[in-house]
Design a protein around this ligand. Structure first.
Ligand code: GLC
Ligand code: CA
Length: 554
């Protein structure tokens, strides 16, 4: 087997910060860049290599910055360009790289381009977006993720036409078929690379090429919009052009948010010989356990652990020889890691969170770790729709209400899956508002901050926070965990996840008990001569305690 080519971004642990919720420096209730600057030493202390910030560009915040009104300006609430420059410098001075979020499938409707585009049918910016003239009759159905009626077409009276918006009505889709639009995106990306940033995460980049001229959806995609949106005819042509014109000229990393990517097609994006992107992240894991994905309803039976294992193993296999994978268990679009995949009941919260941290940091691929998960922060589980701030939850609630659907079921599901669960402010300490803000937080602080917070965990060697730091160091000191190949064992066991990571003559065995019961570790290995190296209990005696994670050298 060929040796994987070594690259800094393959070895990286990426720490994702949702800037709105990290630290508010001026008391307006919204996290900001100066707040991140204040906490740079904390970030450094974690041992992470890269920080990815969710969008920080000028935005009316219909979708918290995923609706950009000016790609070259900083959002007022987040600060100024001078703050940004200081932040970037502060990160680089600490040896941390900075990755921003490119939201280029759509812009805000308040972007100058759209303001012009909607003025007249012959405006020079008309073709920056997708328009359907009303005289052609109603456009073929397209689903919108955030629309109160579920439709991705919005009628716009001034020019008697509909515009396309896969997300909210305030997020019109940019027309990548227009070479001028692609040039604009290239230019703005260069602008940020020339400032010295180290890469981009690319928001729904799989959706950029549209199926012009918008025919009826082929029957095989009925209901499966994500897949259809991700298979646009010119997608790879645009990515290769992007790579050739811009990306290949800098030492940066790129990672696609890859809804609709599958184990069959993902190498088309990340096989290095194709010169498109470095990495992509898929949704197979995050989609587990849903009863209705579009309406975000969860299956009361929960998620299937064996399927979870099979998905990881299947994706891992794709990148054995080519490309490179990504591993994550949470981000700003998903609930808290420990609430979703571990057990956030008081007696299991810390230990199961350490299990998940061990899992993430022993997998092959670049690790994406979501801020606050290092504290084992939990879902807030709002009871009332008024407590939510996320457009997705609010608009789905309206849609289900209008359809006469089961709102109680929806609200229960939201406690498990709503994005706001992962967006509540970072819990710095036990004081009012968790040390996040001196004002009124934009989204409620979890009342459990009096117990779960960074200050309390800082001096406790056994805290999830310090476990995370140790685990990162352990990964860095053991190359096999980064570049080693993976082999899976006991794949049908319904409690244990077991795999080895092998590099040269080093072989590490990772044993993870995902349940709250003690269990045998029937993996086929003889543990006699094995050496215990690392884990969340004091050693390993041949059986696995509840939520035990053990790393052995064999
Ligand atoms: C991506 C983002 C999500 C956003 C959506 C629209 O899925 O991660 O937060 O709402 O795109 O931009
Ligand atoms: Ca602020």
């Amino acid at each position: 087997m060929s040796e994987t080519e070594r690259k800094w971004w393959k070895e990286a642990v990426v720490y994702q910060i949702y800037p709105r919720s990290f630290r508010d420096s001026n008391g307006d209730g919204v996290g900001d860049l100066r707040g991140i600057i204040e906490k740079l030493d904390y970030i450094k202390s974690l041992g992470v290599d890269v920080v990815w910030l969710n969008p920080i560009f000028a935005s009316p915040n219909d979708d918290n910055g995923y609706d950009v009104a000016d790609y070259r300006a900083i959002m007022d609430e987040f600060g100024t360009m001078a703050d940004f420059d200081e932040l970037l410098e502060g990160m680089h001075a600490r040896g941390i790289r900075l990755v921003l979020d490119l939201v280029a499938n759509h812009s805000s409707d308040e972007h100058f381009w759209f303001q012009e585009s909607r003025k007249s049918r012959d405006n020079p910016y008309r073709d920056y977006y997708h328009w359907w003239p009303a005289e052609q009759g109603p456009p073929p159905a397209r689903w919108s993720f955030f629309d109160v009626e579920g439709s991705a077409w919005k009628y716009d009276a001034p020019t008697d036409a509909y515009y396309l918006h896969y997300f909210s009505v305030k997020q019109p889709d940019l027309n990548w078929e227009n070479p001028k639009v692609r040039q604009e995106v290239h230019d703005l990306v260069k602008f940020w690379f020339d400032k010295g940033i180290d890469g981009f995460r690319m928001d729904v980049i799989t959706f950029i090429s549209k199926d012009l001229p918008f025919r009826e959806l082929p029957a095989k995609y009925d209901g499966n919009f994500v897949q259809y949106y991700a298979e646009g005819p010119h997608l790879h042509e645009y990515l290769r052009e992007f790579n050739r014109e811009v990306l290949s000229k800098y030492d940066i990393m790129t990672v696609a948010e890859g809804p609709g990517t599958t184990t069959e097609n993902v190498l088309d994006f990340v096989d290095e010989d194709r010169r498109e992107l470095n990495m992509s992240y898929h949704f197979d894991i995050s989609n587990l356990g849903h009863k209705d994905l579009a309406k975000k309803l969860m299956d009361p039976a929960g998620w299937d652990f064996r399927e979870f294992k099979r998905i990881f193993a299947r994706w891992d296999a794709v990148f054995r020889e080519k490309g490179w994978g990504t591993v994550y268990l949470g981000n700003h679009d998903f609930p808290r890691m420990v609430s979703r995949w571990g057990n956030d009941a008081p007696e299991w919260r810390e230990i199961s969170s350490k299990l998940l941290t061990t899992f993430l940091l022993t997998m092959r691929g670049t690790i994406y770790y979501y801020f606050g998960d290092e504290l084992a922060m939990t879902n807030i589980r709002f009871e009332r729709i008024e407590d939510y701030r996320d457009i997705m939850t609010i608009n789905l609630h309206k849609l289900i209400e209008a359809e006469g659907g089961d709102l109680a079921e929806f609200m229960e599901s939201q406690k498990l899956i709503a994005r706001d669960n992962g967006r509540t402010p970072f819990q710095w300490d036990a004081s009012a508002n968790a040390g996040f803000t001196s004002g009124t937080p934009w989204l409620a602080v979890n009342p459990n901050h009096t117990e779960i917070n960074a200050a309390a965990q800082e001096d406790d060697p056994d805290s999830p926070l310090n476990y995370f730091r140790r685990m990162i160091r352990f990964r860095r000191e053991n190359d096999a965990l980064i570049y080693g190949q993976t082999e899976y064992f006991a794949i049908d066991d319904d409690a244990v996840f077991a795999y080895t990571r092998t590099l040269g003559d080093r072989k590490l065995l990772i044993l993870l008990n995902f349940t709250d019961r003690e269990t045998a570790a029937d993996t086929g290995f003889d543990y006699e001569g094995a050496k215990y190296l690392f884990g969340n209990y004091d050693g390993f005696d041949g059986r696995l305690k509840p939520y035990q994670a053990a790393i052995l050298e064999i």
